[in-house]
Design a binder for this molecule. Structure first.
Ligand code: AG3
Length: 283
């Protein structure tokens, strides 16, 4: 048995380790340090700058909850933008919605896309080559501030707010997303694990609240992001979207005929129920 371990040092005072059963890649892209290894429980594990980004075994939870929740809450999502998400898992899930005409992936690091095509086929499938996929290699903040496109759904699939991901948690970034969101559109964000990163969630949601009529978060526990449930930011000018009823969600889900392993309409609704300490963080 291997005695080689990957140690995540994201949180001061609390590190977590995954055994490296097979080391597949280690190197530096233009923007960050990239590592890929196999763990017998999680399958292939992608890390950027020492932080677990996605694993073959549990990526479905994260990617399904950041796609199907906004896409099914919205009555008619045609134009979708994913910021970050260079592993392709998010666009792969978005493309399952036939109603979506185009998904624009704005990734700062072309190296992550090339790498994922080569090593993470089980996560991205053929999504990068889909005719509805539009890949833009750019800083997400700059793209959101300057694009003439308007999006029905914006999904922020970022790293944590350290290094290249930091700008994607700023007031300026949320303002830019608000600008390029179509009327009735919704933005969702990766907002960290509230038990471990409470201040980050509080800051993001309060920044969103200043710009959008409705802002808050919903939750899902993703095992490889240690520390309990992860929070996903929710921001829209249409306050009715978060209250989309179960029967409406069910009929949209049925007609989309998408197979999921985590998402169900009931899970969608329940994900907005917040434990008291998280409710207190988001006001
Ligand atoms: N990006 C989100 C990783 C966040 C990990 N953070 C944490 N454990 N607090 C995932 C990219 C997958 N497409």
């Amino acid at each position: 048995m291997s005695d080689d371990w990957f140690e995540e040092t994201l949180y001061p005072g609390v590190h977590s380790r995954l055994r490296i059963d097979r080391r597949l890649y280690q190197g530096d892209s233009e923007h960050q340090r990239l590592e890929l290894f196999e763990n017998d429980r999680f399958g292939r594990v992608l890390t950027l700058n020492g932080v677990v980004q996605t694993t073959e075994a549990d990526e479905f939870i994260y990617h399904e909850m950041l796609t199907h929740v906004p896409l099914l809450a919205h009555a008619r999502p045609r134009e979708v933008m994913v910021i970050g998400g260079g592993d392709g898992g998010m666009i792969e899930e978005v493309l399952k919605h036939r109603a979506v005409g185009r998904v624009t992936l704005v990734e700062i690091d072309a190296g992550v896309i090339a790498f994922s095509k080569k090593y993470l086929g089980s996560i991205c499938g053929d999504a990068f080559d889909d005719p509805r996929t539009n890949i833009v290699i750019a800083d997400g903040l700059v793209h959101a501030e300057t694009t003439d496109d308007r999006y029905d759904v914006i999904i922020v699939d970022s790293t944590d707010p350290i290094g290249p991901g930091e700008a994607l948690f700023s007031d300026r970034f949320y303002r830019a997303c608000n600008r390029c969101l179509a009327p009735g559109g919704v933005m969702v964000t990766q907002n960290g694990v509230p038990f471990m990163q409470p201040a980050e969630l509080a800051k993001s949601v309060s920044a969103m609240r200043a710009l959008f009529a409705d802002a808050g978060c919903y939750l899902a526990a993703v095992p490889s992001y240690m520390g309990g449930s992860m929070a996903f930011g929710w921001a829209t000018d249409d306050g009715a979207l978060r209250a989309t009823g179960l029967s409406v969600l069910q009929s949209r889900f049925d007609s989309a005929s998408i197979e999921t392993r985590y998402y169900t309409p009931a899970v969608h609704q329940a994900a907005f129920a917040l434990p008291r300490f998280i409710q207190d963080l988001v006001g």
